[in-house]
Design a binder for this molecule. Structure first.
Ligand code: SF4
Ligand code: SF4
Length: 171
């Protein structure tokens, strides 16, 4: 467990695009390993496979913890470097389940946005009368549980996401 309970917001600039570069480079790296190193190792070498898995996981954890401290954000790795998001964000656009609000009962207190670990400007979606269609939403329901008016909930519907309304950090 890391100590940064509240996200300071997105790092300004294009640093978030590193995720896509990482995704492409990871694919190339795996292909090269499979094509050139695979035949050399052979098909039946469980120990080598285990070492690769352990090494990869240790590297990922080290990066994630280091980035959390550098950016003062527990989810810095997810927001900047995680290659899996390239796939997840694509499918998230078409997700049937998204967060929605009862606009009439929202008091605009901002508690949901303060609690959101992914820096989503939830109130902006509410004011537009939309569900939270950001592909950054991880459906953690922290906002749902943080709303004092209990106006947020998960709802099934048909809409295509992709418009990203995200809170940037000020420093
Ligand atoms: S479900 Fe989680 S990620 Fe999605 S808007 Fe709510 S707090 Fe943010
Ligand atoms: S926490 Fe609830 S009442 Fe407050 S702004 Fe968010 S949705 Fe509205």
């Amino acid at each position: 467990m890391q100590p940064f309970t509240r996200s300071p917001g997105r790092v300004p600039g294009r640093i978030g695009y590193l995720r896509y570069t990482h995704f492409v480079l990871s694919g190339i790296f795996v292909f090269l390993l499979w094509y050139f190193v695979g035949p050399w190792i052979g098909e039946d070498n469980t120990l080598v496979a285990l070492l690769w898995v352990l090494g990869g996981n240790i590297l990922y954890y080290a990066l994630a913890i280091g980035m959390a401290y550098k950016y003062r954000d527990n989810r810095a790795f997810c927001k900047i470097l995680c290659p899996i998001t390239a796939l997840l964000k694509t499918t998230s656009r078409f997700s049937l389940i998204k967060v929605k609000a009862d606009y009439e009962k929202c008091t605009d207190c901002g508690a949901c946005e303060k609690a959101c670990p992914m820096d989503i400007k939830i109130r902006d979606y509410i004011k537009d009368g939309k569900r939270v269609t950001s592909t950054e939403c991880i459906l953690c329901q922290t906002c749902v549980n943080s709303c004092p008016q209990k106006v947020l909930s998960l709802a099934i519907g048909l809409d295509i996401g992709g418009n990203e309304l995200l809170r940037s950090r000020t420093v």
